[in-house]
Design a protein around this ligand. Structure first.
Ligand SMILES: [Zn+2]
Length: 505
């Protein structure tokens, strides 16, 4: 491989190329307390001394950046020979000890991406290490990011170290324990262009919270066109999710993708400095819409037919509230309770339009003595729909197996909107679809249950990928309709066409 330099003929360790600067560097390493502020010698001859020992196949930088010995997260170096993390590089440090005990000599500072040879303490400046720094900390140009949304330019295939081809963005995420319900949300959100572009183009090296930094870092890895391995582990991000959510969402516990999504959107919004105001964060400007809710107390009159659906009484007061939303929860019709032998194998189906009738401002729903009806007042550029498939009671969680029929393009929300003048178009195209699979009779708590996500690739009209943790497959459109959808992301028509114009200009 062209980027790998073969080291000098001299033996590693004892036969140092030039004794004098090496000694100077050692002294410096000894004295330096604040290692990263020191400016170690660059040893010109030593720059390629150990570079042939670097093993790129062992590197992925996906795991939480803590010392494998001290568990500290301060001043961590990655050994480029074995991939392990160690704290510090001074004489009493764990990285220094590792260099002597294991005879591993090349270390990268995980924060600054600077590479050092230990125990000598040389700073190595070598262009052949640039690919490693890029995997650790990918950087994107505006032109590159704009191309990701372009309809005229298909996404470019990349190749990893072992020459496996992959499409950046459409790569597997490790299911470390039981985090498939979080993986599908990560994929769905990181395919929403405004949010994706914001995360890819920002540097996130400043005062941002750890959650925001790690989410951005994950976005950059997922879309990295120069990965060593064509898969990414969300470990570092999910560790922070566990801490930030007080262990509500952990990779050890199967959970509900929609609950995780709700938590993540609200937390990211807050961490990005968002307030209650419209467009006060990229989360709000991308996903926030407004809904009008009308409600009325249900009064049961003795003379009325108790089987009749409760209706709004025009003579009584209707309480109206305006509610912002980040996603719309929709209900599936209850499946038939009893099926005869003939119908047994027929899976109940419903059109997405009849589900969305919840928001037509007319259809009323009664619950706990309150009658409610809804209508959208403002639709966001991206609409997230959550299909409520699970119902809990004290004893058991039940899954509604109803299949939802929907178009892939041109879902029109006009009927569910009191469109103010100058409201943007109301036609939306599907960009992400999350499904749940389990064998009959089981629910998501059981072992044999899995979440998958379908993602549309830009560049063409028809390319869809199905991702289930590490399994990435190009899929036929027809397959998307067969799953039990739990969550969808819809993109407003004008959003992409506008970006398209920006790219062409
Ligand atoms: Zn090592």
């Amino acid at each position: 491989m062209a980027s790998r330099k073969v080291g000098s003929d001299q033996e590693h360790g004892s036969g140092v190329v030039d004794d004098r600067p090496a000694k100077r560097a050692r002294v410096e390493a000894l004295d330096s307390e604040e290692e990263d502020n020191s400016a170690p010698q660059v040893a010109p001859q030593a720059s390629d001394l150990y570079l042939d020992t670097i093993n790129r196949a062992k590197l992925d930088f996906d795991f939480e950046k803590v010392c494998s010995v001290s568990l500290s997260n301060i001043n961590i170096y990655g050994c480029l020979v074995c991939g392990k993390y160690f704290q510090g590089r001074g004489r009493s440090s764990y990285a220094y000890a590792h260099s002597i005990h294991e005879d591993h000599h090349v270390f990268i500072n995980l924060e600054s991406t600077k590479v050092y040879v230990l125990p000598d303490g040389y700073l190595v400046n070598d262009p052949s290490l640039e690919d490693i720094a890029y995997v650790l900390s990918p950087k994107f140009t505006k032109a590159y990011v704009q191309q990701l949304s372009s309809k005229s330019t298909p996404l470019k295939t990349s190749y990893d170290l072992t020459q496996n081809s992959y499409l950046p963005g459409f790569i597997g995420l490790n299911n470390i324990k039981k985090n498939d319900h979080m993986n599908v949300i990560i994929h769905a959100l990181l395919h929403v262009p405004p949010l994706r572009d914001y995360l890819l183009l920002g540097s996130f090296k400043g005062k941002e919270t750890e959650l925001v930094k790690r989410f951005a870092a994950l976005a950059k890895k997922l879309w990295n066109p120069r990965l060593f391995k064509s898969q990414v582990s969300p470990h570092e991000f999910l560790q922070e999710v566990g801490r930030e959510s007080a262990r509500n969402f952990t990779l050890e516990k199967q959970g509900d993708p929609a609950e995780f999504l709700g938590w993540l959107l609200n937390t990211l919004h807050r961490h990005m400095g968002g307030t209650r105001k419209k467009n006060s964060s990229i989360i709000f400007s991308t996903f926030q819409g407004h809904l009008r809710q009308e409600q009325q107390q249900i009064v049961v009159r003795p003379d009325t037919d108790t089987d009749a659906k409760p209706q709004f009484d025009i003579d009584r007061e209707v309480k109206t509230t305006a509610t912002p939303f980040l996603f719309l929860a929709v209900d599936l019709p209850p499946p038939p309770l009893f099926q005869d032998a003939v119908e047994k194998n027929i899976i109940p189906q419903v059109s997405i339009y009849s589900i969305l009738a919840k928001f037509d401002g007319v259809t009323a729903q009664g619950n706990a003595g309150i009658l409610k009806r809804y209508k959208c007042q403002q639709l966001p550029p991206y609409i997230i729909l959550n299909f409520k498939r699970f119902t809990k009671n004290i004893f058991v969680e039940e899954k509604n197996p109803t299949i939802v029929n929907f178009p892939l393009r041109g879902l029109d929300f006009r009927e569910y909107l009191d469109a103010p003048p100058n409201h943007p178009p109301t036609a939306y195209d599907l960009i992400a679809n999350v499904t749940h699979e389990s064998t009959a009779g089981t629910t998501r708590d059981k072992e044999n249950t899995v979440y998958k996500v379908h993602l549309r690739a830009s560049g063409t009209d028809d390319d869809w990928y199905q991702i289930q943790d590490l399994i990435v497959e190009k899929t036929r459109k027809e397959m998307i309709f067969l799953g039990e959808t739990v969550l969808q992301v819809w993109e407003r028509r004008d959003v992409t066409s506008k970006e398209e114009m920006d790219v062409d200009r």
